[in-house]
Design a binder for this molecule. Structure first.
Ligand code: CTP
Ligand code: MG
Length: 184
């Protein structure tokens, strides 16, 4: 595989994951208001915490759906421009990528609270990959045939490698801009 193939593979993977990457960042920007757990505790700790809100989850998911819509509309033009054949998202996947990403992040907060980690505490590896696992699992469940034909082993490897890098980079930018409380 030459360097051009690797570049194409990375572009393909980023395209595929954009509807799952955007929601968490959008949630950081718009989050606030009523927490999903309604402030309730379980065994002396918040179920999820104030960091998981209805507004962040809803707006994040909607922006991810819009991203998939825009990518599908631009697919033909950008594919021919860059010489990379990008995937078209099926309708159910418009929802499964962003919603799965949000649910993965919410599941991680649940685990963080159960293991005594306060809101905002870092949880290495889980923080970087929770939303990827959520997006991939929900997409596999709603569209297994599309999933298996689109997410090759090579694409999955690229996603696992580039996601923590992109995640870290965007969080540092968010922290520097003052919209995120921690740089992770
Ligand atoms: N956010 C939100 N709703 C979500 C996810 C995130 O409103 N479903 C917003 C919250 O304002 C949150 C911020 O984005 O504080 C940063 O998200 P994240 O780092 O995932 O949450 P933390 O505050 O670090 O909380 P936790 O420890 O539970 O992950
Ligand atoms: Mg956090």
């Amino acid at each position: 595989m030459d360097i051009g193939d690797i570049f194409s593979l990375v572009l393909f993977s980023v395209w595929l994951m954009l509807p799952a990457y955007l929601p968490n960042n959008v949630a950081v920007l718009v989050g606030g208001g009523r927490p999903i757990d309604g402030g309730h505790e379980w065994a002396g700790r918040r179920i999820l915490g104030d960091g998981k809100t209805w507004r962040g989850t809803l707006v994040g998911t909607v922006v991810g759906i819009l991203a998939a819509t825009v990518l599908n509309a631009a697919n033909h033009d950008i594919s021919s421009l860059l010489g990379v054949t990008f995937p078209m998202f099926p309708l159910l996947v418009f929802v499964s990528l962003p919603l799965g990403a949000m649910l993965g992040d919410i599941a991680a907060s649940f685990i963080k609270r159960r293991t005594g980690r306060e809101r905002g505490a870092s949880f290495p590896v889980v923080d970087q990959l929770d939303f990827v696992i959520g997006a991939l699992v929900l997409t596999f469940l709603v569209s297994p045939v599309w999933f298996l034909s689109t997410f090759s082993i090579a694409v999955l490897v690229v996603i696992i490698v580039i996601t923590p890098v992109l995640h870290r980079a965007t969080n540092i930018i968010g922290y520097l801009l003052g919209v995120k409380q921690e740089p992770y």
